[in-house]
Structure formats: structure tokens, C-alpha cells
Design a binder for this molecule. Structure first.
Ligand SMILES: [Zn+2]
Length: 820
């Protein structure tokens, strides 16, 4: 017993010292000398939370690959005991919760590693939490710090696991070494290859969806998104570059300066280079800096030299070795410096934060939207994720800016969706719905248009007077009943949800037809594309009615049961214009040469939205594909000229001639340009060459960047004329608004169908360079070239881009199910 006691006493001091360990002690290597896997980072934060009264650690969800999404809340012991009060006081201060409060604590949110291969930041997160609680706990009296050590764990581990497998020991700093050349698709995106730093607003990804719930509970006053840039650019911190969105307040601009100068103080002291204000503009609302800015915070991006090529150490162009140790030190420094400023400015942060949420002076008071109920529902679902409020109009006519007429106009508003700016998040409402964002300079590296009425294809009026609305949702639930004597059922075709319904029916082995003509049955009319599910097609399926009704009710699809297949007008169920829909076998290319973003968005579309199986095939395996195994081949945006050898192209062509169908998206369209039989030519090549000769040398050097924007379209919205008698445009009206992501312009097809085209190029929203815009005159957006028994569908604009252009997604479903 005595001996036992002595033994325990002997161990006691060790226990005390062993309690809180630094990252290096805990992980067994100096931070920056190895890459830590996500699970290691999580373990360290668990260790810190278990051994510090200043840290609490929570899970907020899981990734697609089942990795944990987590956040730590770090503050003084007293504040942590009072956390719920601090949180709700903050929301009361800005009117999100009712009641009054005078908060004196400020909330700083630090997000690490949103781009998985910008991997120094999760290492810095571990360092930062340790230094914060061991060296700077005095700051925590007035600050609550929320740290998300890994926003994109699937991407991080894709990078780290790859790096750890290929790296030399000791590491090799030559740029040629394999450890500096990541294979496709790289660790930047998440599982579905989405860039999570473009997804804050659209929230199409599970990581974003789960994070926003916590973000909305906290509404931080400062948000920092840690990134890495190319190895030669030293370090970037706020203030950001023009263009700033005009909704950003003077105070938000000034405060960025304040933080920037504090960061600069430490960088100067250590002799570290940095730059500010030259790049990383603040416009597109879906970034980790702009989204928080439009939600009232000081949103900032910090960019360290590094990135997927940097590894543990690399020689850059200036012959300097950039090491992970240095990268971690820099990100740790700026994180701490930001918290320091917050701790000194808690009072002003709270008072200015409150002001941001008062929205009396916004130009538009209400946005009134109506149209396809499924698109409206998709929109409200997105607004719900941001806890933005809306209602339904009680009154009659509203007037204001009419989006489809692109000028002042009126609309009958009864029952329409109303989103108003007289709510705490009114500034974000303005940013999302206003027809056009003002640009101080066109030099931006992202899209300049996202106006939601166009993206969701809704008839909209923006009103400068407030439009009264009630909260009740007019959506009625659909309840079909089985009609065993019906000759068949008809369902309308107007939205992605209708396509999802078709997908479910096909997979339940129910046979479905679609009509090329408008249908009339029992006094009802159904537009082209409407689905017909006949008893005669499904006579061998004893559960036919039951299965169909169950799926339709579950998916909220209204069915019309017709007692007869004899139509009111021409088209009966057995008409030559009513076609059986084949359960198509779809292949899609991915891998080297394809755009990982485009492939990923399409993969996500088929897997999680349309819920229809596809076979993804690596471009390296093209030579082994039996094309005849598939009905449809999808080519995501990419550069196929290098991938498709002459032989591969020839066999593809033979397959098309026999009835194969290609859907070429974005730059994949160029694969067929000038190829015999594919009817595709670029617009305006001759003219551009001529202009080059006359203007080429006239541009002052200093204006070169601005001058180059004349050829740019980086994302602006154009009106497209539609031939909606062609199956590719079934379910649409005769016009459509398309997000143009580039200046590619192709001539009208001579032999094929020009389904969607631009006649007079008129951009309704966003920046377009004048030359690029002019070149869009008489160009195709969607077209079908017939070849032998098959065809190629050209989709010049990528409708699945970032998964937010809701109204474009039906084109994809049409292309898959209806063409042929
Ligand atoms: Zn980044």
C-alpha cells in the first residue's frame, strides 16, 4: 500500500505537466515538419478541450466521406460558463432575436483549410489555439473565438495522404519532384469536387449546409478564411482589392485597414514580406470573406505562399526555400493578431455591427417573385439555410423594376413570394436579388452576376416601396389516388423535380412515355415534354398503380388519371409523337484534361439531384471503352483535343453514327469545332484578327490589364431565345436567362437545331467586355447537331456551374431523356 502510494506520488507531477501539451508534444513532431491528417488535427483539439477550461469542442456534422466537421469555442473560463447568454445577446443586438442587449464581448470566427491542399492552415490552427490559451489568455476576456480547424477535411486528406505517400525523406525541394506535382483533381475541392469557397451562398454542399447552421447561431463580427496562393507571392492580408460591393460599409473598409496594419506590425518585426489591396476583390457573394461581410462581419481572406505544390519545402522563383514551418508561423501570427485587434475593439465592433443590421436606406424594399412552384420552393429552401425571412403577397398589383422586361413594369402579385429588405439580413437580400451589382472596376477574377430571379427563372419585380406579405406558405401537399380503371396517368414537365420523378419511375421499372406535342385530356392541357404512364406499357407490373402513386405523392407530383387514351385533340397515347423513354445508360468522362469543377458539379447533379446512375470513366481509359455499352456520353467542360486521339475520335464518331448521343458542355463543345459532319464553327474569328492589326500596339502599358477586359466575359447574364418545340427546351418558355462564363461564340448550325441562341447580345446583369459582347451576336447557347442516327448536343454554357443556376438544370435532364 505504502509502496503504491509512493508510486502514485512519484507520477503526480508528471500528470500535471502532461495535462496540456503543445501540438508538437502531442503529435510527436515539430509542427510544420510533417503534414497532419485531419483525424490528427481533431485529436489534438479534443486533447486541448479536455485539458483547458478555456476551450470547448463540438462536432457540427460529417463530410461525404464521413470525416468529422468540428469547431472549438475558445474564451475565458467565465465567458464559457456564460456562453449561451453571450451568443443570444449578440443576436439580440442585431435584431435577429427579440429583446435588447448590450453585449461587451466580440466574436471572432477563424476558418481553416477550406481548400484542402492549402494545407498549412490546419497546422496553424493547432498552433494558434495552443498559443492563444497559453500566451494570450488576457485577450479572451472580451473575445469569444470560434475555430473551425478543417472546413474541407475530405480535400485536406486527399492532399495529405497523397503527399505522405510520395514524398522523399528528407523532403525534396526541387520543383520537379513528384511531391510538388499533385495529380488530378488535387486536394483543393471537396468530395464532389466543389470549391467550398464559392459555395457559402448557394450551399449546395453538405459541409456548407452544416456549417451555416452554426454560423447563423453565432453571427461573428470578424471572420477570417485562411488560404494559400502561388509559391512566389509572399503573403496577402486585408484590406482587399477593388471592386468592393457597394453594400460594404465605410466602417467595414476601415476596420480591414486596422487589422491589416496590426498584421503588418508583426510581419515587419519578423522581416516577412506581404502585400495588400492588389488582388482578392470583394464582390461575388459566395466567398468566405464576402458572405460574412454581407452578413455584417469583417470578412477577410488571408493568403500564404504555398498551395498544393509547396509540400514541406520548395525552392521558389527567387531561389528562396519556402517551408511549411514558415507558412504555419505566418498564418499563426495573423490569426493571433486578428484576435488581438478584436480584443481591443470589442465595444466598437458591437456598436457598428448593430448599425449594419439597420436597413432603412436600401434602394429596394421588396422583391416580388412568381413562377414555377418548384423553382420557388428551391429558392425558399436556400433562403431558409441563411435564415432569411420571406412571405407571400396579400395584395394585388406591384410595380417596380421588372426583370424579364429589363425596365419598369407591373405585375399581379397575389400569392407571390415576397422577400423584403426590412429585416436584419436585408443587405444580403439586396445583394442577392438586385438586378445588377455596381462594379467600381471590371477587373475581378470571378463572376459579376448572380441575380437570383434570373438564376431561378422567376418573374420578378423589385419594388422601392414595401410590399405587405403574410407568412403562410401556400404550398398544398399533393395527394393522388390510384385509378385502376384509368388508361394512364399524365404528369407535367416543368422543373428539375419533374425530372427527378421520371428518374425515380425509371428506376422502379415503370415504363414512361413523353409527348412531343401539347396534350389535351378531359379538358386539361399538358405542355410538350409531359409524361404519360400508360396501363398498357405496364400491364405486366401488378403493383403499377400502387408504386406510381406512392412515388408521385412522396415527390409531390400531381398526376392526372385519364380514363381513355383518346385525346381531346390530335395526340393520343399511342401517337407517333409520344415516345417511350429508354432507361438510358450514361457514361461521363473525368480525369486529366477535364475540368474537375465541371465534372464534379455534374457528378453531384446526377447523384444527389436527379438521382440517376452514371458511369464515370477516366480519360486515361478511353482506349478501352466499348461505346456501344452506353446510350449517352457526357463530356464535362475540358480540353479534349489532347485526350481524344484521332483513333479515339473516330470510334466515337462511328458510335454517334449508329445512334450514340454526346452531350458536350462548356469548352468540350470545341472538340467538334471544324470537324466534318458536326456542323460547328466559331463566330467572329476573321473580324478579331483584323482589329488586332489596327489596335494592337496602341494600348499604353499601364492600361494593359484594363484593356484585356474588353475580351472578357467572366460571368454575366444574357437573354437567350428558345425554340421550345425542340425536346431540349421542353418545359421552358420561349426565353431563358443564361449565365455566360466565357466569350466562346459559335455560329448557328446549318443542318442541326439551334435550340437556344443569342440574337442581339444584351447582358442584363454583370460585366461583359465590349468586344466579347459584340461577338455573341447570332451565336448558339444550346444546339443539337444530327449525325447519322445519333447526335451531339452542344451546351456552350455550363448549366451545372456551382450548382446554383437552378433554372438551367432541366436542360440536362431533357438532353439525357428526350433527345433521339
Ligand atoms: Zn484558397
Amino acid at each position: 500500500m505504502v509502496r503504491k502510494l509512493a508510486f502514485l506520488l512519484y507520477l503526480m507531477p508528471l500528470f500535471i505537466f502532461a495535462q496540456l501539451q503543445s501540438p508538437s508534444e502531442f503529435l510527436g513532431y515539430e509542427i510544420g515538419t510533417e503534414f497532419s491528417r485531419h483525424a490528427d488535427v481533431v485529436s489534438y483539439f479534443e486533447h486541448v478541450a479536455a485539458n483547458s477550461v478555456m476551450v470547448k469542442y463540438f462536432d457540427y456534422g460529417k463530410t461525404n466521406e464521413r470525416r468529422r466537421l468540428t469547431y472549438a469555442v475558445i474564451s475565458s473560463e467565465e465567458n464559457l460558463a456564460n456562453l449561451e447568454q453571450i451568443r443570444t445577446d449578440n443576436l439580440k443586438n442585431i435584431g435577429i432575436l427579440s429583446g435588447s442587449a448590450n453585449p461587451d464581448k466580440t466574436i471572432v470566427w477563424l476558418s481553416y483549410n477550406v481548400h484542402g491542399n492549402e494545407a498549412s492552415s490546419s497546422e496553424a490552427a493547432m498552433n494558434t489555439v495552443y498559443k492563444l490559451i497559453t500566451e494570450h489568455s488576457d485577450w479572451l476576456k472580451s473575445v469569444v473565438v470560434i475555430m473551425d480547424p478543417g472546413v474541407n477535411p475530405d480535400g485536406r486528406d486527399r492532399y495529405v495522404n497523397w503527399y505522405n505517400q510520395v514524398k522523399a525523406s528528407p523532403y525534396n525541394s526541387s520543383r520537379d519532384a513528384i511531391e510538388h506535382n499533385e495529380p488530378w483533381p488535387g486536394g483543393r475541392p471537396n468530395h464532389y469536387l466543389f470549391d467550398l469557397n464559392r459555395d457559402w451562398m448557394w450551399a449546395s454542399q453538405v459541409e456548407t449546409q452544416q456549417r451555416l447552421k452554426i454560423y447563423n447561431q453565432w453571427m461573428p463580427q470578424i471572420h477570417v478564411d485562411f488560404h494559400e496562393q502561388f509559391i512566389n507571392n509572399p503573403y496577402y492580408f486585408a484590406p482587399g482589392a477593388e471592386p468592393y460591393h457597394e453594400i460594404i460599409t465605410d466602417w467595414q473598409r476601415e476596420f480591414q485597414n486596422k487589422i491589416g496594419k496590426n498584421n503588418a506590425k508583426y510581419f515587419d518585426k519578423n522581416g516577412w514580406l506581404f502585400f495588400t489591396r492588389e488582388s482578392f476583390d470583394l464582390l461575388y457573394p459566395s466567398y468566405g470573406d464576402t458572405y460574412p461581410l454581407y452578413m455584417g462581419a469583417i470578412g477577410m481572406t488571408y493568403e500564404q505562399a504555398g498551395h498544393g505544390m509547396a509540400g514541406l519545402g520548395i525552392i521558389n522563383d527567387e531561389d528562396i526555400e519556402l517551408t511549411l514551418v514558415d507558412r504555419v508561423a505566418h498564418h499563426t501570427t495573423t490569426g493571433l493578431s486578428t484576435i488581438e485587434v478584436a480584443s481591443q475593439q470589442a465595444a466598437s465592433l458591437n456598436s457598428e455591427f448593430k448599425k449594419f443590421f439597420q436597413n432603412d436606406n436600401l434602394k429596394y424594399k421588396s422583391f416580388v417573385l412568381k413562377g414555377n412552384p418548384d423553382n420557388l420552393k428551391a429558392l425558399t429552401k436556400m433562403l431558409d439555410r441563411h435564415e432569411i425571412k420571406y412571405g407571400y403577397a396579400t395584395g394585388g398589383s406591384v410595380s417596380g423594376f421588372n426583370y424579364s422586361e429589363n425596365k419598369k413594369g407591373a405585375m399581379d402579385a397575389k400569392g407571390a413570394l415576397v422577400v423584403s429588405t426590412n429585416q436584419p439580413k436585408g443587405k444580403m437580400v439586396q445583394v442577392l436579388f438586385e438586378p445588377n451589382a455596381a462594379l467600381s472596376t471590371p477587373i475581378t477574377y470571378d463572376i459579376t452576376a448572380w441575380s437570383l430571379p434570373y438564376a431561378f427563372g422567376l418573374e420578378t419585380v423589385a419594388s422601392t416601396t414595401f410590399v405587405p406579405a403574410m407568412g403562410a406558405n401556400p404550398n398544398n401537399t399533393v395527394s393522388n389516388t390510384s385509378s385502376p380503371i384509368a388508361a394512364g396517368y399524365i404528369a407535367k414537365w416543368n422543373s428539375l423535380q419533374d425530372a427527378e420523378f421520371l428518374s425515380a419511375l425509371l428506376q422502379a421499372n415503370i415504363k414512361v412515355r413523353f409527348s412531343e406535342n401539347e396534350l389535351g385530356f378531359g379538358g386539361n392541357t399538358f405542355g410538350p415534354g409531359s409524361l404519360i404512364i400508360t396501363r398498357s406499357d405496364n400491364k405486366n407490373n401488378v403493383d403499377f398503380d400502387k408504386t406510381l402513386i406512392e412515388i408521385a405523392n412522396e415527390m409531390g407530383r400531381q398526376l392526372y388519371a385519364s380514363p381513355t387514351s383518346f385525346a381531346d385533340n390530335l395526340t393520343d397515347f399511342g401517337s407517333q409523337y409520344v415516345h417511350l423513354i429508354k432507361n438510358k445508360k450514361i457514361a461521363m468522362l473525368q480525369g486529366e484534361g477535364t475540368s474537375s469543377l465541371s465534372y464534379g458539379a455534374l457528378w453531384h447533379f446526377f447523384e444527389t439531384q436527379l438521382k440517376y446512375p452514371i458511369t464515370s470513366i477516366n480519360t486515361g481509359d478511353i482506349g478501352n471503352i466499348q461505346w456501344s455499352d452506353y446510350d449517352v456520353l457526357i463530356l464535362p467542360d475540358g480540353y479534349y483535343k489532347s485526350i481524344l486521339s484521332d483513333d479515339a475520335f473516330k470510334s466515337l464518331e462511328q458510335w454517334i453514327n449508329k445512334g450514340g448521343r454526346v452531350i458536350a458542355i462548356g469548352n468540350a463543345v470545341a472538340t467538334f469545332e471544324g470537324k466534318e459532319g458536326f456542323d460547328l464553327k466559331k463566330n467572329g474569328d476573321e473580324k478579331a484578327e483584323k482589329e488586332k492589326d489596327t489596335l494592337g500596339n496602341m494600348i499604353p502599358y499601364v492600361q494593359r490589364e484594363l484593356e484585356s477586359t474588353k475580351d472578357f466575359i467572366t460571368g454575366s447574364i444574357y437573354k437567350v431565345m428558345l425554340d421550345n418545340t425542340h425536346p431540349l427546351a421542353f418545359g421552358y418558355g420561349d426565353t431563358y436567362y443564361s449565365l455566360k462564363l466565357g466569350s466562346d461564340s459559335y455560329k448557328f448550325l446549318n443542318d442541326g437545331y439551334n435550340v437556344g441562341y443569342i440574337k442581339e447580345p444584351e447582358s442584363v446583369s454583370g460585366f461583359s467586355g465590349e468586344k466579347a459582347k459584340a461577338a455573341l451576336k447570332n451565336s448558339i447557347v444550346f444546339a443539337e447537331a444530327k449525325k447519322g442516327k445519333g447526335s451531339v448536343v452542344y451546351m456552350v454554357d455550363d448549366v451545372s456551374f456551382r450548382s446554383f443556376w437552378q433554372n438551367g438544370k432541366l436542360f440536362l435532364a431533357n438532353a439525357v431523356f428526350f433527345i433521339n
